[in-house]
Design a protein around this ligand. Structure first.
Ligand code: URA
Length: 209
């Protein structure tokens, strides 16, 4: 698991446990996800390149450091990925946003793309793909494969939760893509849910169940 970054900051772990609880309301779940996403954004952007910028303080001129947020693209895997966007954008408001929509073909079980919208000039950008759950890894693999066709500068994958099966699948298909997660749970069940997990992330974010 060399390319896996476990974000074990106490605040992240605390909020994740609150979110997992089955009696957390939709609004609590969403608020916590928002807060957690901002905290995760700190870790994911830790190695972002800085540029020297001439600035004027009230006293004199100096060379400050700034990131170029516009080079960063958060790519949400629909629909649950959208739950992570707001918290990340609070930390990097200049970032661009892309969306990938995939559904599973019931016969082949392969992911099929139904939506794909990205900013221009992707070859100059660093991509952070967001999806709360890395479970079977099928959507993540399909999204990374598709995004690589645009030759971005880099790709990272961020989730709240994953499992050994999901990590192994994504790493096998795309060993160059680092995975950032707040937890690696015990296992995937036969229905493709993570155990102990937190249930269906999309339903919990949007209150659809
Ligand atoms: N997607 C979810 O929302 N939850 C899981 O446990 C697995 C995939």
């Amino acid at each position: 698991m060399s390319n896996v970054h476990l974000i074990n900051h106490p605040l992240v772990q605390h909020k994740l446990s609150l979110m997992r609880r089955k009696d957390a309301s939709t609004s609590t779940f969403r608020t916590l996800l928002n807060e957690l996403s901002s905290l995760m954004a700190y870790e994911v952007t830790r190695d972002m390149p800085l540029q020297d910028v001439e600035i004027q303080t009230p006293l004199e001129t100096m060379t400050g450091k700034m990131i170029d947020g516009k080079k960063l693209v958060f790519v949400s895997i629909l629909r649950a990925g959208n739950g992570i966007l707001e918290g990340m954008l609070n930390v990097v408001p200049g970032a661009r946003v892309g969306h990938v929509g995939l559904y599973r073909n019931p016969e082949t079980l392969e992911p099929v793309e139904y939506y794909f919208k990205m900013p221009q000039e992707m070859e100059e950008r660093d991509i952070v793909i967001v999806d709360p759950m890395l479970a079977t890894g099928n959507s993540a693999i399909a999204a990374v494969t598709r995004l690589k066709q645009l030759s971005p500068r880099s790709i990272k994958f961020v989730c709240l939760l994953t499992c050994p099966e999901g990590v192994a699948a994504l790493q096998k298909a795309h060993p160059d893509v680092p995975i950032y997660t707040a937890a690696i749970d015990r296992q995937l069940n036969a229905q493709g849910y993570i155990l102990p997990g937190l249930g269906d992330a999309g339903d919990r974010i949007f209150g659809t169940k």
